[in-house]
Write a protein that binds this ligand. Structure first.
Ligand SMILES: *Cc1c(COP(=O)(O)O)cnc(C)c1O
Length: 360
């Protein structure tokens, strides 16, 4: 068996311990004589899996009792419509545009009401987070929307925007469980799990109970109504059972490591190794304003397209894969999620040093 260092932005690296455990349980999950993939979502075994996963997530994030945890499908992208359909009572919402994901969510919301871009960093290719301390928030805005960690551009909100009392909705797909999140500051905190938690197929949404209502927009599909899912504890229809099971294992792995404070510390150390190198390198440069740097997604360039391509190719040959940057930024991007070991980042930096030496 040979594993690579996988710097993919998503679906992304998972903890080896989790994969091994899942492999051991593949043919016979704890004496049931079947794989979790083969069992009924109404079975006792699966009921235990989903309940335990929820409890472990609640423990990790200290989720208050007045928040529901939903395991949903359709990707984070489906929430771009579900959120306005469930929350746009006044027909107005404010969006902060910090990248393609926020922009897509904003464009989708325009189908359902007045979605206003109250701030944007598009003028500089989303390489920074706009000042959100005094935004022109609409008086009747139903919520303020952010994408907290911008997977493509490598920026992150280090302080949450001042929403002037309005509900904050945050897409945390690519920073989910990378550090503690103060759940009470949000109306909704949601993310696709395939970046930092588990396999593709699950979106976890943590929703304050008063936002789970019957008076959704007319025409809201039953499946997209939060209340449908909440009333049935995410089992209205068949959930992505196997993916939820893997998420549950990742929650246990995080708990065993010491929880999210410890994870945050580890992530800060890992990212520092790479950023420190970028800051002194004469060849490689980070593309993001320093104070807004993400700890999860680190884009960088050499400034020369051919050299970028050479780097990506040689890195892959050396076992560092998926380093090609998003087509809108170019260059490279190293996604260094929770499951990327520190050693992976250290070795990548050593490789970058060698490459710089050899290509001066
Ligand atoms: C990947 C990503 C999405 C889209 O996720 P899907 O599950 O593919 O719909 C949305 N937001 C962020 C921040 C992402 O990183």
């Amino acid at each position: 068996m040979s594993r690579v260092y996988n710097f993919s932005a998503g679906p992304a690296v998972l903890p080896e311990e989790v994969l091994k455990e899942a492999a051991e349980e593949m043919m016979d999950y704890r004496g049931t004589g079947m794989s979790v993939m083969e069992m009924s979502h109404r079975s006792k075994a699966f009921d235990d899996i989903i309940k335990e996963a929820e409890q472990d997530l609640r423990d990790l994030l200290a989720i208050p009792d007045n928040y529901k945890v939903l395991f949903l499908q359709g990707g984070a992208s489906q929430q771009f419509s579900a959120i306005p359909m469930n929350l746009m009572k006044n027909g107005v919402a404010d969006y902060i545009i910090t990248g393609q994901w926020a922009k897509k969510a904003w464009q989708e919301a325009q189908k359902y009401g007045k979605a206003v871009a109250v701030a944007s960093s598009e003028d500089e290719t989303f390489s920074y987070i706009p000042d959100c301390s005094d935004l022109p928030i609409d008086d009747d805005a139903d919520y303020v929307y952010i994408c907290e960690n911008n997977t493509i551009y490598g920026t992150k909100f280090k302080t949450l925007p001042d929403t002037k009392g309005k509900i904050l909705v945050s897409d945390v797909s690519s920073c989910f469980l990378s550090e503690p999140h103060d759940v009470e500051k949000y109306g909704i905190l949601y993310g696709g799990v395939q970046k930092n938690i588990g396999p593709a197929g699950v979106v976890i949404s943590i929703i304050r109970e008063d936002l789970i209502r019957d008076d959704v927009l007319p025409g809201t599909p039953t499946m997209l109504k939060f209340k449908t899912q909440a009333d049935k504890d995410s089992l209205y229809n068949t959930p992505p059972c196997y993916a939820i099971y893997i998420c549950g294992k990742v929650f246990k792995w995080l708990k065993k490591l010491g929880g999210l404070e410890v994870m945050a510390q580890m992530n800060a150390e890992k990212a520092k190794i790479l950023y420190d190198f970028l800051d002194q390198s004469e060849m490689f440069k980070g593309t993001v304003r320093k104070e807004d740097r993400s700890l999860m997604n680190v884009p960088f360039v050499t400034g020369d397209k051919d050299l970028d391509a050479k780097f990506v190719k040689e890195a892959a040959e050396a076992g560092f894969v998926n380093l090609k940057g998003h087509r809108s930024v170019g260059g490279m991007r190293a996604s260094i999620y929770n499951a990327m070991p520190k050693e992976g980042v250290e070795k990548l930096v050593a490789f970058m040093k060698e490459f710089e030496e050899a290509n001066r």
